[in-house]
Design a protein around this ligand. Structure first.
Ligand SMILES: O=C(O)CCC(=O)C(=O)O
Ligand SMILES: [Fe+2]
Length: 255
């Protein structure tokens, strides 16, 4: 990742995408690359070929592809377990088939020395819930990820070097009729150290309608959300109304 992020800015900007939040991003302390469908070797090769047109940097390409494939296995395992635990095994195949995978690599620079107590300058990533199905996060050495509890308290996640964090996204929350919630989280850089992290996002394919199975609805659990198409939801998040909403999911499709 150091090798990737040390490339000149003009080179990094070759990682473009027509979809929001998919290509190279750079704001304040935060930079990140994105590879759409990183489980496919060809897609990862296209990415490294863009950054190193002379030789395509096969070593990095292979590392990222293998890493993404292992994370995909973990994603499938966890989603199976979640659906089984709610007794809706019969939807597993359909559910697993309706996704694609986005792999992102993030770098967070330390906040400026003169930031004093200014909380705003410490924010590597503002408070948000993930919009996709699940996200598998890994942070390297420097802790900075914080998660908001249901009673609105922030706590710092301190994973070991050998663990991953599984984050439920809004699409899974809606699919499960709210049985699992998608937590707000942010990256708050308190140490004067550079932080690297990676994320594999399972994302609904275009055209898939997120709708909760009837098995998850009864008198005690009435339907919470209108069925929606994922891209419409993601586009709503990109509008002013979506950005300022307390909860994007509730603003978009709550009943
Ligand atoms: O870098 C992290 O630990 C969190 C990244 C994140 O929340 C995101 O990309 O949605
Ligand atoms: Fe996130």
């Amino acid at each position: 990742m150091e090798e990737l992020f040390d490339l000149p800015i003009q080179t990094k900007q070759r990682n473009v995408s027509s979809k929001p939040f998919h290509g190279y991003l750079n704001h304040n302390l935060y930079q990140s690359f994105g590879i759409d469908e990183a489980n496919l070797a060809e897609k990862v090769k296209d990415f490294t070929q863009q950054l190193w047109p002379d030789h395509g940097n096969q070593k990095i390409s292979e590392t990222m592809h293998v890493f993404s494939k292992y994370l995909l296995e973990l994603d499938v395992m966890v989603r199976r377990m979640i659906l089984e635990s709610f007794g809706i095994e019969k939807y597993i195949d359909e559910h697993l088939n309706f996704t694609k995978y986005l792999f992102r690599m993030m770098k967070y620079s330390p906040p400026p020395d003169n930031d004093g107590d200014d909380e705003e300058t410490k924010l590597g990533l503002r408070s948000h819930s993930d919009k996709n199905i699940i996200t598998i996060l890994h942070q390297y050495q420097v802790d900075a990820l914080e998660i908001k509890t249901k009673d609105e308290k922030w706590f710092k996640v301190e994973p070991s070097q050998h663990s991953f964090i599984i984050m439920v996204g809004d699409s899974l929350c809606a699919f499960l009729n709210g049985r699992l919630s998608s937590p707000y989280h942010r990256v708050r850089m308190t140490a004067k150290k550079t932080r690297y992290s990676t994320a594999l996002f399972s994302v609904p394919k275009t055209g898939v309608i997120i709708d909760s199975p009837e098995e998850l609805m009864d008198e005690e659990h009435p339907r919470m959300f209108k069925p929606f198409e994922y891209n419409n939801y993601r586009d709503f998040f990109n509008t002013e109304a979506g950005r300022i909403a307390q909860s994007t999911l509730h603003a978009f499709c709550a009943l």
